[in-house]
Design a protein around this ligand. Structure first.
Ligand code: 6PG
Length: 251
């Protein structure tokens, strides 16, 4: 049965970041209550930075940070102190400001000059932490994703090799337009999550959002179409500008 669409459209970026922070916080509290821990894969790019900062300022004293475990959905092939590092962004906006034990933070070792080795190492980290039975995939409580203007999610870019990966948990994906590898979780892992939440802002994403939610182009051209949790929830949290091309007015 296809994953029901939970599309939430809010007025503007501040409302988007607040709504994302609220959803993150309530998911964290609920998971720790029921399972004793909360496992989350953070999104990179620029959009989530503001809601990470909101979490750090508004929820610092009310979330069970010692029972929360942080991973990344993808990483650029750069060291952790590089300006383009997704780890660095999340560390500066959130993790350096909240009492999360260092042992609860599992970054992608993208400083490894061999991107494939970095992907293998992170795959081992996921195996060691989640210990998924053979033939199954780790189940994150929450995976946060952004979406590019080309419809990519994590580092699953249009017509890229990683779109067809069915057994690995993490791969190094060559991105022709950037002439570099990105290290990314694969679709089987994304689609095994309890909840996947896209957080999308801005006019420049409106055409891709319309195609992903309403269009008929092959999913290889708009990889966000391939993110459909098999036994979980899919939330699209977007602002009005990103939703502006959708056929039916949404509010
Ligand atoms: C990355 C991301 C990527 C990002 C989108 C949206 O490493 O860049 O993981 O998938 O979420 O490109 O990026 P913006 O939020 O910057 O628009």
């Amino acid at each position: 049965m296809p994953t029901p669409l939970d599309l939430r459209v809010v007025s503007d970026p501040p409302a988007l970041f607040q709504a994302a922070a609220n959803e993150f916080a309530s998911q964290a509290v609920a998971s720790v209550k029921t399972a004793g821990r909360f496992t989350v894969a953070l999104a990179g790019g620029s959009t989530p930075k503001s809601f990470y900062s909101l979490l750090a300022s508004n929820d610092r004293d009310r979330l069970p940070w010692d029972k929360m475990f942080f991973f990344w959905g993808d990483e650029r092939h750069v060291p952790p102190d590089h300006p383009e590092s997704n780890y660095r962004m999340a560390f500066e906006a959130l993790l350096s400001k909240v009492p999360v034990p260092a042992g609860n933070v599992f970054r992608i070792p993208a400083e490894n000059p061999d991107a494939n080795r970095a992907a293998e190492a992170y795959e081992q980290t996921l195996h060691d932490f989640f210990q998924p039975p053979v033939g199954t995939f780790p189940r994150f409580d929450l995976i946060l994703l952004g979406m590019g203007p080309d419809g990519h999610a994590a580092s699953l870019f249009p017509e890229s090799k990683a779109l067809h990966e069915r057994s690995r948990l993490v791969v190094a994906n060559w991105v022709e337009k950037f002439k570099t590898h990105r290290i990314t979780l694969t679709l089987p892992v994304l689609n095994q999550a309890a909840t996947v939440m896209f957080v999308v802002s801005g006019q420049d994403k409106s055409a891709a959002l319309k195609e992903v939610l309403e269009g008929s182009q092959p999913p290889d051209f708009y990889p966000s179409k391939l993110v459909r949790p098999t036994n979980g929830n899919l939330i699209w949290l977007v602002d009005q500008a990103a939703a502006s091309a959708l056929s039916k007015p949404r509010s």
